[in-house]
Design a protein around this ligand. Structure first.
Ligand SMILES: *[C@@H]1O[C@H](CO)[C@@H](O)[C@H](O)[C@H]1NC(C)=O
Ligand SMILES: *[C@@H]1O[C@H](CO)[C@@H](O)[C@H](O)[C@H]1NC(C)=O
Ligand SMILES: *[C@@H]1O[C@H](CO)[C@@H](O)[C@H](O)[C@H]1NC(C)=O
Ligand SMILES: *[C@@H]1O[C@H](CO)[C@@H](O)[C@H](O)[C@H]1NC(C)=O
Ligand SMILES: *[C@@H]1O[C@H](CO)[C@@H](O)[C@H](O)[C@H]1NC(C)=O
Ligand SMILES: *[C@@H]1O[C@H](CO)[C@@H](O)[C@H](O)[C@H]1NC(C)=O
Length: 348
């Protein structure tokens, strides 16, 4: 080995240790994360929290992204509806123990966590290996899910990560629903959302504004009846929990070393499952819904059926005709060809 490569290797090692020695995964009440300063990095180095600007925007937001993925993929945003227009932002724990994002310039609070429990002793804000940002007591170990005073997983943005609950805490009424970004430059909530519908037989539903857009059908113990593509696959497993306290859906990765997430894509009105490819260094679309045009909720309306291979896609059931004249709006569905004539039926 020549002296130059020896030096290079030594330098690399030095940087490696430097990174580890100085990366922190949590802050206490006396510490803060400043725009342009240090970031939080989860212990396993998978996730990073800091300030960022989305797309071509110059606004500053506090977000969490994959540290190891070269294509910046922001999985959660704190002040998504209230950006900062300069570099004076600070993330800190305020004097009563709530995580807040403050503008240094004029001391305006642009975001604060909705902590339901009041902190009774000193707390820390920690970025976990799961990508969950949690507020917990300093003494607690930080692995008991119930013991967090607050967690970012309770306030999803547009990405669904392993172990993140989609659905309801029935005791507190908290709903965890995904919502798309308005645009690649603006993380504020768009009109494309996905969550669990509480009433009746629970179903997982996507909404476009207040209109139902796509539903997966009821849970049959293994998958959702209307979403067969969710069944046997080598990448993830779904878990659906429905009891007195909670109603939610989560997913686990079968191979925990891969990165696989679900994204609400408002540009295409698709819910996409993306999987990171080390080979192409890009996110690949693993699956998406609606799968085909027939999956759109209510496309063919009452007494209509949808056939992907036919044109028009919508057909009426036997003995029915389109309600809307001229076949213009299939969502109005179909009506009987003629009023039932019981005297006629009597003849049979
Ligand atoms: C940020 O916005 C405030 C008020 O909207 C304005 O006074 C200020 O000049 C802006 N700062 C920058 C850096 O654009
Ligand atoms: C501080 O600046 C922000 C954004 O620039 C602005 O919205 C807010 O009104 C300002 N607050 C005060 C107290 O000046
Ligand atoms: C800390 O933030 C919480 C949540 O916004 C707020 O209720 C509380 O008043 C803040 N405490 C102080 C001292 O500003
Ligand atoms: C915080 O809680 C209040 C009251 O429960 C609610 O109206 C508000 O939407 C919550 N904010 C966030 C960001 O969840
Ligand atoms: C949505 O899909 C478009 C087109 O494939 C892509 O360019 C964009 O990055 C996607 N948006 C998100 C949030 O993944
Ligand atoms: C029902 O059928 C009978 C016998 O065919 C016919 O006389 C009658 O006009 C029909 N009524 C209606 C409402 O079509």
């Amino acid at each position: 080995m020549d002296i130059l490569s020896f030096l290079l290797i030594s330098l690399k090692l030095l940087f490696f240790f430097y990174e580890f020695a100085f990366a922190i995964d949590s802050i206490s009440s006396s510490e803060s994360i400043r725009d342009g300063g240090t970031t939080l990095v989860s212990v396993d180095g998978r996730f990073e929290l800091g300030f960022f600007s989305p797309g071509s925007s110059k606004n500053r937001y506090v977000g969490i992204w994959y540290k190891k993925v070269p294509v910046k993929t922001v999985v959660w945003v704190a002040n998504r509806i209230n950006p900062i227009n300069d570099s004076s932002g600070v993330l800190m724990i305020n004097s009563t123990g709530s995580p807040v994002v403050v503008m240094r310039q004029n001391k305006t609070v642009v975001w604060s966590a909705n902590s339901t429990k009041e902190a009774k002793s000193s707390v820390v804000l920690q970025l976990l290996n799961s990508g969950n940002l949690v507020l917990r007591y300093e003494q607690s170990s930080g692995d008991g899910l119930g013991s967090y005073l607050w967690q970012s997983f309770d306030y999803p943005c547009d990405k669904w990560l392993p172990d993140m609950k989609l659905g309801w805490d029935l005791k507190t009424g908290l709903e965890r629903r995904l919502s798309s970004w308005k645009s690649p430059d603006d993380p504020s909530p768009g009109d494309f959302t996905w969550g669990v519908e509480r009433q009746g037989n629970p179903e997982v539903v996507m909404w476009k504004g207040s209109n139902k857009f796509f539903r997966s059908g009821p849970w049959n113990g293994i998958t959702f009846s209307g979403a067969q593509e969710l069944m046997f696959n080598p990448v993830f497993e779904l878990n659906f929990v429905n009891n007195e306290d909670e109603l939610y859906l989560t997913f686990d990765l079968i191979d925990k070393s891969i990165f696989s997430i679900v994204v609400m894509n408002q540009t295409r009105y698709l819910r996409e499952r993306l999987t990171w490819s080390e080979t192409t260094q890009n996110w690949n679309v693993y699956s998406y819904v609606p799968r085909d045009y027939c999956d759109y909720y209510g496309l063919c309306g009452a007494y209509g059926k949808c056939i992907t291979t036919q044109s028009p896609l919508c057909q009426c059931l036997e003995g029915f005709k389109p309600k809307s004249t001229g076949y213009k709006d299939w969502s109005e569905g179909c009506v009987r060809n003629e009023a039932l004539n019981y005297s006629k039926l009597d003849e049979f």
